[in-house]
Design a protein around this ligand. Sequence first.
Ligand code: JCF
Length: 502
Amino acid sequence: MSTNDLVARASDLRQLLTRYGHEYYVLDAPSVPDAEYDRLFRELQALEDAHPELKTPDSPTLRVGGAPLPAFSQVTHRVPMLSLGNAFSDMQAADFDLRHAELIQFDERIRRELGEPVIRYATEPKFDGLAISLLYRDGVLEQAATRGDGISGENVTENIRTIQSIPLKLAISQPPALLEVRGEVLMFKRDFERLNAEQLARGDKTFANPRNAAAGSLRQLDSRITAQRRLSFFAYAIAQVEGASWPATHAAEMDWLQQLGFPVVAADLRPVVEGAAGLASYYETVMQRRPALPFEIDGVVYKVDSRALQEELGFVSRAPRWAIAHKFPAEEAITLVEAIEEQVGRTGAITPVARLQAVFVGGVTVTNATLHNEDEVRRKDVRVGDSVIVRRAGDVIPEVVAVVLERRPMRPQAGGDLFSQGEEPQYPAYRLPSHCPVCGSHVVREEGEAIARCSGGLSCQAQRSQAIQHFAGRRMMDIDGLGERYIDKLVEYGYVHSVADL
Ligand code: JCF
């Protein structure tokens, strides 16, 4: 091939791969099989390897990562990365005005300052990830930086290029001379689960939540590691534009970002609403949808939709006066393990349960959290006296995510002397009891099983009681008035030994 042909082929391949990648990773609608993408990718890689002068800063081949950096360099943000003021709602309150008092105040303040009767707000989920700033010059990604302290952050360009959904080149023929886009890097829940399973299988450390996993993956000096983690991105704002006009509303800005090739959150999750009532109903809707969303959010964000009105409102110190974050109840909290006890299920399955110092998490007060099974307790090394991160998402059973090891109660090591004053944990590692805590029968755990069981069968009061509960329950005989407590008493006092006695 002539040099001209090579240049043209490389350019065609880049264009095709960019389009197919966008279809796959942003639109979720691939138009070619994976094998075709891989074939073209390898062709471009081979071309660039043979003719390094063909490499360009927007080449999809950069997405596999490159040589490790000695350290991240610091970059000063051209436009500071601000924070948002907060509002909270008390969802326990029955009355609308009490439940959403802070929202009503926010809307009143804005209306008063603008002298407008009704304000239109752009809404969006508040992503629980890491804020990133992306700088495009003449349509090509030039630099990506973390928020840092808001004034300067770390240059993570190499790592950001490995995120498949972030355009290396804007999807328009006449790109603005300069465009700075802000958004959030995060890890989808399913990618987080998969990563943790892989880490576990490899004997590497697992991450406590998708946010930590995203942060840990983005802050790798070796971008080839970042490339192997599935990170995602959502754009949520423009920080500066040169050489194109800035859309007149936030909603139009989001639509434009989408046209330029950026992933933005689905349109039904970012409606434009009116007034405090519109905000409140959006908040309650998103809170309902939260557990089913594929990514974690810690609240929602409201912005005055009109850019003209935003400019009129301006900024206070480090936050815009025209936007706030409206937080959801936290899904994670730290509390103390007071005891670890075992629960015996209907089929004898023994589940270790952490008895916790009461803590408000996920909108309710939690005093127990499941530890799943013996291996899980040992893997997480949960002990009495430990401070633990408890998580309750949606309606799922609260669980202990991790121990805060720095807070573990320690004592001087037994047998230590002047020269070896080590410390050891005050409480021993957990062991499943050898006998059922309810009936004293042997506990057995079959080879290859995660679950240990009480071998007592229906001679075990716990198994009997739960068998009867199961029989009387909604999914079986649905016997009115025969609930858990009543059955426990009937079994405890020996009035009922089996369902036949009912
Ligand atoms: O997570 C978001 N949707 C979000 C977070 C959107 C924004 O416009 C933000 C933000 C955090 C800080 N703006 C700022 C200044």
